[in-house]
Design a protein around this ligand. Structure first.
Ligand code: NFS
Length: 650
């Protein structure tokens, strides 16, 4: 965070930052001001894969100056490519290990071995079973589910051939992947191979390294993440539109506030149940609280929002500030995007940080380990401990008076249904509106917050500019939460922010101009939506033909890199922003490959800018280029003329 930039555009953060200062609490923004990122590491030019290093090989200061290599002779390209694909490995692992956890729970549920989980959505069960080549005719649901669970679990460690869900991709895409030799085996194997190849002295050609990164990233997007989404939908229901609210104003002074934070819905689903338990509600009353108020943070928030309408208290950079309110009785965390600083922030207040996942503990936190076999009891224990903590609130409680209404729950299936109706569910109306130019194109806007840039600012500038230019936005993760807090996830937002064509479509269908599609593993829903648009016809034969682009403003996590890469190799032009540089800029060769040459092979490529307005321009320019290639530029001009003409008539 540069000292001249505001820390956030979110009023709740600004207000609570002042309180934090008064309370003597050190936050992520303070640390960002104190600590500059290492410029060499930030550009991917530092190799610490062996004990002769770390070797730093920055670009020469002057043109023609000496380009250093590592002690072993590793070039800047090799080092940058290694670092980059290790980021993919980290990100793909996080998504896919989450997916594996879901598959394990799914199998236990299918066998009837865990009482609180069961198959809720049989339609999706049949669909996924067919996608995975499982016979469904004349079979009991239980048998189908058990076979599906076993097969899904085996996908992660698949040693030969390729993962099954790749078959859902458009034909042309599959041909590209086959030709390039990047159809992944199980994601576990591809990740291990990244770690092997990037060990000292193994793969030392940057294109060969990046190809392995591609295999793992596809294994994530079309494998681990997609399985996580699909199996969660079968267990907990395919999301349908729900109304809810977002921002720290959802906390309640007179109730026990519990925040579920992290990524996995397995536990939080049970906490939702426990928070309605009459016994626990009366316990809360007996302690002087008027109820139990559950809200979510980060992607766990998106999971319980999508299926239960549980309000969202905030996104990544709000986690410390939730505690600074003094109103949070328990913050229940599982895995990913949880700051270790939560424990020290909480020590200034009464908040209990409860770690629950066998894979993740934090020194100094309260531990209540969660097990599927005893899920509801674990959840009740957690809720009870929050209730007991209500009386320990100390100091001033400040809950900012800001929250916004939103509609979430736009799964791929729901969009299909909303557009086409239940008898002719299809994306055809969307395609028609893209063809006739009312909708200029589709943007996937996803990703994190990054304390190196003004919190939420890039997301908002980008999304508003896109919808103003008639680009419909599909969003997930912390980006979706940003949009929710700003009121962009309402049909009314179309009147205030959308261009005339998009506004007209939103009005007719009754949808917001920005569609919340879920958590970060649910970026697989965006892949499926793009595939459905291709299959419904009229917009080319492949995802790369669509007038579409992707973006991760304010990115920070390795997961974002894995997502970015699987978007790119699925044919999407994808722009990142928010960090001060990009982690391959230390090598001109790797940069040129990812930012230019990949387009020739994959039809998609990476891009980066630190200016969100520029980001919007780049995406719109790409969308227009694709419209032109499809011969749709004329159609759009006509529509714009019509709107102008109409305005003149008024
Ligand atoms: Ni995605 Fe979700 Fe948020 Fe970024 Fe973290 S919560 S998985 S990584 S910060 S969007």
């Amino acid at each position: 965070m540069a000292e001249n930039k505001p820390i956030s555009v979110d009023k709740t953060v600004l207000e609570l930052y002042e309180k934090a200062k008064k309370d003597g609490v050190n936050t992520v923004f303070d640390r960002a001001m104190d600590m500059k990122p290492c410029p060499i590491g930030a550009e991917g030019s530092c190799c610490k894969n062996c004990a002769m290093g770390p070797c730093r090989v920055p670009l020469p200061k002057k043109e023609g100056g000496e380009q250093k290599v590592g002690l072993c002779g590793a070039t800047a390209a090799t080092i940058a490519a290694r670092n980059f694909i290790r980021m993919i490995a980290g990100g793909a692992s996080a998504h896919s290990d989450h997916g594996r956890g879901v598959a394990e729970t799914f199998l236990l549920a299918a066998k009837g071995e865990i009482p609180n989980y069961r198959v809720r959505d049989t339609q999706k069960l049949y669909q996924l079973a067919m996608d995975m080549g499982i016979e469904i005719e004349g079979r009991e649901d239980k048998d189908i589910a058990v076979e599906l669970g076993e097969k899904a679990l085996a996908e992660f460690g698949r040693q030969t051939g390729h993962i099954s869900l790749l078959e859902k991709a458009p034909e042309k895409r599959k041909d590209i992947w086959k030709k390039e030799g990047v159809m992944p085996r199980g994601v576990d194997r591809e990740i291990v191979e990244i770690m092997h190849r990037t060990h000292m002295g193994v793969d030392q050609d940057y294109k060969s390294l990046l190809k392995q990164g591609t295999r793992a990233a596809i294994g994530d997007g079309w494998g681990g993440s997609m399985l996580a989404t699909d199996l969660q939908d079968i267990l907990f229901g395919v999301p349908v539109p729900v109304i809810s609210e977002a921002n720290l104003g959802v906390l309640k002074k007179d109730e026990v506030n519990i925040i579920v934070h992290g990524h996995e819905p397995l536990l939080s689903e049970m906490i939702v149940l426990a928070s309605h338990d009459p016994e626990l509600l009366s316990l809360a009353k007996s302690k002087g609280a008027n109820g139990i108020n559950l809200s979510g943070m980060c992607c766990t928030a998106n999971e319980v929002l999508m299926r239960h309408g549980i309000p969202i208290s905030g996104n990544f950079l709000q986690q410390e500030f939730a505690i600074v309110t003094g109103a949070v009785d328990a913050m229940v965390v599982d895995v990913q995007c949880i700051m270790q600083s939560l424990v020290s922030v909480a020590s200034c207040y009464h908040t209990k940080i409860i770690t629950t996942n066998p894979k993740a503990d934090i020194t100094g936190a309260t531990r209540i380990e969660f097990h599927e076999h005893d899920a509801l009891n674990s959840a009740k224990k957690i809720v009870r401990s929050a209730i007991e903590n209500f009386k320990n609130r100390k100091g001033e409680v400040v809950i900012p008076n800001h929250k916004s209404k939103m509609i979430a729950g736009f799964s791929h299936e729901t969009i299909n249904y909303l557009l086409g109706g239940s008898f002719r569910a299809s994306y055809k109306p969307l395609n028609d509106n893209i063809i006739n130019g009312r909708i200029r194109g589709i943007a996937g806007v996803v990703g994190c917050n990054n304390a190196r840039t003004t919190h939420d600012s890039h997301h908002l500038i980008l999304i508003k500019e896109l919808i103003k230019n008639d680009v419909i936005v599909l969003t997930t993760g912390c980006s979706a939460i940003t949009a929710a807090k700003e009121g962009l996830l309402t049909p009314e937002a179309a009147y205030e922010y959308a261009g005339p064509g998009l506004r007209e479509v939103c009005e007719t269908v009754g949808i917001p101009p920005v569609l919340h599609m879920g958590s970060c593993v649910d970026n697989s829903r965006i892949l499926m939506a793009a595939t459905a648009v291709v299959k419904d016809g009229g917009l080319g034969n492949d995802i790369s033909d669509l007038p579409a682009a992707g973006a991760a403003p304010e990115w920070m996590s390795e997961k974002a890199i894995s997502i970015g890469h699987y978007f790119v190799v699925s044919g999407v032009y994808t722009v990142f922003s928010g960090s001060e540089t990009f982690p391959v800029f230390g090598s001109k060769d790797v940069t040129k490959y990812l930012f230019e040459e990949m387009q020739e092979t994959y039809g998609g490529m990476w891009d980066f800018t630190s200016d969100p307005m520029e980001m919007a321009k780049k995406m719109i320019a790409h969308i227009d280029k694709k419209r032109k290639a499809l011969g749709l530029d004329k159609a759009r001009e006509r529509v714009l003329f019509d709107m102008e003409a109409r305005r003149e008539l008024v």
